[in-house]
Design a binder for this molecule. Structure first.
Ligand code: DGY
Length: 326
């Protein structure tokens, strides 16, 4: 048997996850319910063989230098791994894994939750009712827009985009999608029609973003894109904040270029643009797309299993940097 690995976990995770890790490895974790400070992270990863970080930690050359040459894997707690410098990890022979599949339902459900909330003014209605302002039924009270029979535009044809599309069954929607390439399996599974981005933006009533954050998707939706959208369009972002130019979004919401937006992610997280909270036609939640007890447990189990597999000399199932030389 090889050496028992030293692991650093940047945040408290479900007990089962920590128990599993502790059965196989020496585990040190951030016991506080707060994001670990950069300096603390650099200190804590020293000499560790594995790091289990979240989207909130930037894992780059500085962290790898601090960890030292015994660091073998970064098991990121999330499907998105834009917080990890993959090139740098690969160069150093450090495996990077993510947690796909197990949060597909949770995140696609959140996209629907936001879509409903914006289209039917659920949050505004809730605030109004709690404030004791409801004085009886009114034909004009919180009139929203119907969802059934409308056109759904999906940007990104991966697992979450596909689950989101499938969940529209029953709403009898026309589904348009745009992605870097046509995806026939996606079309078969969802009935979606491939459209170039401009057509999708012009024709969709609801536009939901399901692309990873990478250079090509930064500000994918900006001023020009908002101009193409219908004035009645609603934009949903459960992907990553920087995919949308937030200043352009605020302007589009303010001027009525689009009708509303539902956001789970923000451009400069955890900073939050206070202008957003001044707008009534936006529903905002704090990056909780994968926040179901089921998803969060399974994300942790996958990350723990990846570390254990790597320690045992196996290739973890969710390895991201498949071109790594081990
Ligand atoms: C994900 O899994 O990518 C979530 O956004 C959390 O990082």
């Amino acid at each position: 048997m090889g050496k028992v690995w030293d692991v650093y976990v940047t945040r408290m995770l479900p007990e089962q996850v920590i128990d599993l890790l502790k059965m196989h490895c020496n585990v040190e974790l951030n016991p506080y319910d707060r994001i670990i400070a950069r300096g603390e992270l650099l200190e804590k990863v020293k000499g560790k063989n594995a790091i289990l970080p979240m989207v909130t930690e930037k894992i780059d050359a500085e962290v790898f230098d601090a960890a030292g040459s015994e660091c073998r894997i970064v098991a990121n707690y999330g499907v998105g791994y834009n917080n990890v410098d993959i090139g740098e990890a690969t160069k150093r022979g450090i495996m990077v894994t993510n947690t796909p599949d197990v949060l597909t339902n949770a995140t696609s459900e959140m996209a629907w939750a936001l879509l409903f909330a914006v289209a039917r003014k659920i949050v505004e209605g809730d605030k109004f009712t709690r404030a004791g302002k409801y004085k009886g039924w009114s034909p004009k009270l919180f009139v929203g827009t119907e969802i059934t029979g409308k056109t759904l535009g999906i940007i990104g044809a991966g697992r979450i985009g596909s689950a989101f599309a499938k969940k529209s069954i029953g709403f009898e929607m026309k589904i348009l999608y745009n992605a870097a390439h046509r995806n026939e399996a996606f079309e078969r599974e969802t009935g979606a029609i491939f459209a170039d981005r401009e057509t999708l933006l012009r024709e969709s009533d609801f536009i939901s973003l399901h692309v990873p954050l990478q250079e090509s998707t930064v500000h994918l939706i900006s001023t020009n894109e908002f101009k193409m959208m219908k004035n009645t369009a609603i934009l949903i972002n459960t992907a990553r904040g920087p995919v949308v130019d937030e200043n352009a979004l605020i302007e589009a919401l303010r001027t009525g270029e689009i009708a509303g937006a539902g956001l789970d992610v923000f451009e400069r997280e955890p900073e939050f643009n206070p202008e957003l909270s001044k707008l009534e036609n936006v529903v905002i939640v704090p990056h909780i797309g994968s926040a179901t007890s089921e998803a969060r447990l399974n994300m942790g189990m996958i990350a723990a299993e990846s570390i254990i597999a790597a320690m045992n000399g196996e290739i973890p199932k969710t390895l991201v940097n498949r071109d790594i030389k081990l």
